[in-house]
Every structure is written in C-alpha cells, then in structure tokens.
Design a protein around this ligand. Structure first.
Ligand SMILES: [Zn+2]
Length: 148
C-alpha cells in the first residue's frame, strides 16, 4: 500500500510550534480533512524534512541552474555537522550565498524543528485552510507532499 503524506512546516527553520498551537492547528485541519492520522512531530535539532521519493531536482533560487545532487549532498553533510543550525550555501553557478532552506526543491522539501503530518488525507489542503493555519501560527508555512 502506498502512502501519501502532507507535511506542514514553518518556512523559517528555527521556528518552533508549542504543543497547544500544534493541537489547535490539528483541530483546524481535521474540521476540513479526513485522514488516517493527523499528528505533530517535534525534534531536538533542526531536521531535513523530505518529500520522499518525489525529490527530482534542486535548483538555484537566483539563476535557476540545476544543482547536482552530489554538490548538495556534500553541503548537507557539512551542515549536518552543525546540527543544521548553519545552512549557509554558496552556489557554484552564480556564486551567490543563500540558505539550503531557500534552494528550489522540486518537489518542496525543507528544514524544521517541528511539523504537522497528515497521513493519507482524503483531499488536498485548500488555500483558505493554509491561510487559516498561517494566521493561527503567525508564520508563513511550507507544504511538503511525500509519496511512499
Ligand atoms: Zn545560480
């Protein structure tokens, strides 16, 4: 059985949702979406939140040049040594500095200390619902869709 998981993380990797807020967000989601489970995850350190087998391509946010997976992998390894607190990345294509969290991941991925996970939802998150969740959490959110 394949699984479809929607992961909701704050756009800024250092942002942390406390328990009560996560619960409010889960309640808000479950009013609109039925799913096998809707839960929150928390990590002691910033973690890479992936899109499962969906990650096809990573590109530069400035010039949109493709970033080879091995270059990205080396940068990830280096960043992991700092517990992903330092995500600084200099692009080879155009020599600009950015955060690994700002690269264009296709499909979206990101870094976070917390996330809300919806397993096998019966529908997509609607725009109004995303807006509602952003207002509730007072944060811009990133939606990650993973297929396994
Ligand atoms: Zn570039």
């Amino acid at each position: 059985m394949s699984e479809y998981i929607i992961r909701i993380i704050p756009e800024q990797e250092k942002v942390y949702f406390h328990k009560a807020l996560s619960q409010d967000m889960i309640n808000c989601i479950s009013r609109e979406i039925k799913a096998d489970s809707i839960s929150c995850e928390e990590y002691d350190e910033i973690s890479f939140i992936d899109c499962g087998g969906n990650l096809e391509e990573i590109s530069c946010p400035y010039c949109h040049e493709i970033i080879p997976f091995d270059i990205w992998g080396d940068a990830m390894e280096k960043a992991a040594q700092s517990g992903f607190t330092d995500l600084t990345f200099r692009t080879l294509c155009c020599g600009n500095e950015c955060s690994l969290n700002e690269l264009e991941y296709n499909f979206p991925c990101g870094f976070a200390r917390c996330m809300i996970e919806i397993v096998n939802p019966d529908r997509e998150l609607s725009e109004p619902l995303i807006q509602q969740l952003e207002e509730l959490s007072e944060n811009k959110l990133r939606i990650i869709q993973a297929h396994y």
